[in-house]
Design a protein around this ligand. Structure first.
Ligand SMILES: Nc1ncnc2c1ncn2[C@@H]1O[C@H](COP(=O)(O)OP(=O)(O)OP(=O)(O)O)[C@@H](O)[C@H]1O
Ligand SMILES: [Mg+2]
Length: 473
């Protein structure tokens, strides 16, 4: 298959021949008739009529040959009538009949041939138009039986961000995003190798690392023995739909979580406060050197951890609306300093902060919490040694606050689940850090993304709209 470039190919009219063949043949028949009248009677002109009729082989409207054959018959008969009777009357009669018979025989032959050719051309044109229609609407590719790409259309190049030259001859695997397990692809190959059509939704990775979802149909083309000789894949971009579905799922689970949090707040937090108070009283009543004091302290610590988890959950499930005001990096650094100063995970970590006079607009408490989460994640990923670089970029529309670390980066299977509530890879994590951070940033009208650049580490980007500054006034 090759791409069809003509922009208006689909609505083209059937091609009309440059020469009007029917008119030309009729004119030539007229000339033959005049010559026939002048020529001696014994010269047979019938074959000339027949030969002229052959011109109609190139006529695109095959039925017109009958019109020409009718005119030729009339001319032959007219010549027979108008010419003077003579000694060759018998021969002329035979010639005329043979001529007319020949003309009609040829006419029928040409009509059949023309009809078949027109049908074939129409089928070919239909196939081309169909391919053009597909080319305009879908992401198309063909591969050989090994999965090596043999054709891609422009839409394929656009979405995958590879050039045609980079794709042709390469295996389809270069688009694999690592999301689908090997069994998924085994099943796909099993289906198409058996000559059956495969349908499904695939997530691919573009050249720049971005991910896109495609609704895919792979059709095997079979040879005479019924074995596939190539596969044609027709795909449609469904990235938007997938994102909407994920958002809807998330909203549904958040609503559920909100309801659950209300119950937890009431049923768990209050008894916890009671237990903690009672333990403290017991602890105070113990002798200063009693060994059980340590146990009581440990229980109080555990209760505090439990309480912190409940607080996290409440914060995530029921965030308050942000109160936006101007925040300087000096203020932010001071807040972070007090929070991170006691954290042993940061003891060996070098923190490079953006200049103290950088200003932005956000809810200071909420923004500090987001930064705390991002920096704690960075420090934990670096296992206590490395560098966290906090920088700010801005343009007319937004600020980007970047938190870059020198850690190991994030594996693809973790990347897709980063913002899922309760997803964690840590033994003592709640998995609410990023989910809460994103909720907070979204309540500011911004976005939070994490990326792993090729140079290593992880960069978290908090994007806040500049319009927040107007809101704060
Ligand atoms: N900078 C980072 N480098 C590597 N992996 C990261 C980084 N940030 C987050 N992750 C991964 O994302 C997961 C989810 O992070 P998140 O902050 O939501 O939860 P957590 O840190 O595991 O637990 P919590 O923050 O609730 O204590 C982490 O478990 C970790 O695997
Ligand atoms: Mg975290």
């Amino acid at each position: 298959m090759r791409p069809i470039q003509e922009p208006d190919r689909f609505s083209h009219p059937p091609p009309t021949p440059p020469v009007q063949l029917t008119a030309l043949t009729l004119a030539l028949l007229g000339i033959t008739f005049v010559a026939d009248v002048w020529l001696p009677a014994e010269v047979p002109v019938g074959p000339v009529y027949g030969a002229l009729l052959l011109l109609m082989l190139w006529e695109v409207r095959p039925n017109r040959v009958f019109l020409v054959a009718g005119v030729a018959t009339m001319l032959i008969l007219t010549e027979l009538v108008v010419s003077e009777p003579g000694p060759f009357n018998g021969i002329r009669m035979v010639n005329a009949i043979a001529g007319i018979a020949g003309v009609w025989l040829i006419a029928f032959g040409i009509q059949r041939y023309g009809y078949r050719t027109a049908e074939r051309q129409r089928a070919l044109r239909d196939a081309e138009d169909l391919r053009y229609a597909l080319d305009q609407s879908a992401i198309l590719a063909t591969t050989d039986v090994k999965g090596d790409i043999t054709f891609v259309n422009d839409t394929f190049c656009e979405i995958s961000k590879y050039s045609r030259e980079e794709l042709l001859g390469r295996n389809h695997r270069i688009l694999n995003s690592g999301l689908h397990p090997p069994e998924f692809f085994k099943e796909l190959w099993r289906t198409i190798a058996h000559g059956r059509v495969w349908r499904g939704e695939l997530r691919n990775r573009a050249k720049d690392g971005s991910l896109y979802w495609v609704d895919t149909t792979i059709v095997p083309f079979l040879d005479a023995t019924g074995r596939p000789y190539q596969y044609v894949s027709i795909r449609y971009d469904i990235t938007e739909r997938k994102a909407t579905e994920a958002r809807l799922r998330e909203q549904a689970s958040l609503a559920q979580l909100g309801r659950m949090a209300a119950v937890v707040a009431h049923e768990v937090r209050n008894p916890l406060a009671g237990i903690r108070g009672a333990l403290q009283v017991i602890g105070q009543r113990m002798a200063p050197d009693a060994t059980e004091r340590g146990i009581v302290t440990e229980i109080v610590n555990r209760v505090d951890t439990l309480n912190a988890i409940v607080e996290d959950l409440l914060l995530f499930a029921r965030p308050r609306p942000p109160v936006i005001r101007e925040v300087t990096f000096a203020e932010l650094s001071a807040k972070l300093q007090t929070q991170l100063g006691n954290d042993p995970a940061f003891a060996q970590i070098e923190i490079r902060m953006a200049p103290a006079d950088v200003r932005m607009h956000a809810d200071p408490e909420m923004f500090t919490l987001v930064m705390l989460n991002l920096m704690t994640n960075a420090a934990q990923a670096m296992k206590g040694t490395g560098c966290i670089d906090v920088s700010v970029q801005e343009n007319d529309v937004w600020y980007d606050v970047l938190v870059a670390d020198t850690g190991p980066g994030i594996p693809p299977d973790v990347q897709v689940r980063l913002f899922e509530p309760f997803f964690t890879t840590k033994a003592r994590g709640t998995g609410l850090g990023l989910a809460t951070a994103r909720r907070i940033i979204e309540s500011h009208g911004g976005t939070l993304t994490l990326a792993c650049p090729a140079t290593g580490g992880t960069v978290a980007t908090v994007r806040l709209p500049i319009s927040l500054s107007a809101e704060a006034r």
